[in-house]
Design a protein around this ligand. Structure first.
Ligand code: ZN
Length: 301
């Protein structure tokens, strides 16, 4: 309730405020670490980027703090994922609608390619960044919005976008060559929640999340037992923890497999809904993707 009130106060402030820049730079506020990294790559030195969520933060459960509302109030542009990934921030954004339109990057994607989901109010699975082609479309959208707000730096944003998309193309090639080394029958990915459906679709993995699409619902005992039986039947070597989801559910699954007289390893920690620590390789989208694929392929081989 407090957050909503603050948001209302914030709206009454933006009502009479034009876009302002700090030291000539656009103030951009972003939600997830993936989007923060993207906007830093495209905006370069010409924008101030403030990400609301840090490493290890779960966007499904994230609520705006008082400090966040101040950042949103002072923002020239707000970028977020959308498709109800940031479930609890949406109500804050909706209140801001008339004066400042936060930009949901996933809204620009062609819906016919998206994976449907009854769980989210959007009716789509929001974890679209695990399809590199969609992330490239995010890059193009960020570039055009920055250029529109700050036309004097348009050429810089376009050059940065071109360079970043070339890196994403190189990432795609690298990922393809790593995944090719894993036989198709071993491509079964069991994780804490269903963040990897787009990844699975792109690289022919069967993906099973213990917790369903969002971390807002906990897995029940029956889900754990059913999935343990599946792991034994398919002779799956490893299952994976996620950095933004408590690991107890995956440990419970491992214990359930053991109680049936079998073994399954924990193959490592994957970055699903948040990148690694800023300043590390896994703290970038490209580094995260390579790390995840290497971890998955090495553990399942
Ligand atoms: Zn998620």
């Amino acid at each position: 309730m407090k957050n909503i009130l603050l948001a209302i106060i914030a709206i009454s402030i933006f009502g009479c405020k034009n876009d302002t820049k700090t030291n000539g730079k656009l103030n951009v506020v972003t939600t997830t670490t993936m989007i923060t990294d993207l906007v830093k790559n495209i905006g370069g030195d010409s924008v101030n980027v403030q990400g609301l969520m840090g490493s290890g933060v779960d966007p499904h459960l994230y609520k705006a703090s008082e400090g966040d509302v101040t950042k949103l109030t002072n923002a020239d542009i707000i970028f977020y994922n959308g498709l109800h990934l940031e479930g609890k921030l949406v109500e804050v954004f909706e209140k801001m609608g008339n004066t400042k339109t936060p930009i949901a990057l996933a809204d620009g994607l062609d819906k016919s390619g998206l994976i449907g989901s009854d769980y989210f109010a959007s009716n789509y699975d929001p974890h679209v960044w695990f399809n590199i082609d969609y992330f490239k479309q995010f890059a193009e959208k960020v570039s055009s919005v920055l250029a529109e707000k700050n036309p004097e730096n348009k050429a810089t944003f376009e050059a940065n976008t071109k360079a970043y998309i070339a890196k994403l193309d190189a990432l795609q090639e690298n990922i393809n060559s790593i995944i090719e080394t894993l036989p198709e029958e071993k491509r079964i990915l069991v994780t804490a929640h269903d963040a990897f459906n787009y990844f699975g679709k792109a690289y022919n993995f069967e993906v099973v999340g213990l917790q369903g699409l969002s971390t807002a619902t906990e897995a029940g005992v029956q889900d754990v037992q059913k999935l343990a039986a599946f792991i034994i039947e398919k002779q799956i070597k490893a299952i994976f923890v996620e950095s933004s989801v408590p690991k107890r559910t995956i440990e419970a699954l491992q214990a359930a497999v053991k109680s049936k007289g079998h073994d399954v390893e924990i193959g490592g920690t994957l970055y699903s809904d948040a990148l690694g620590t800023t300043g590390t390789v896994e703290g970038t989208y490209i580094g995260m993707f390579e790390y995840n694929v290497n971890t998955i392929v090495n553990a399942l081989k």
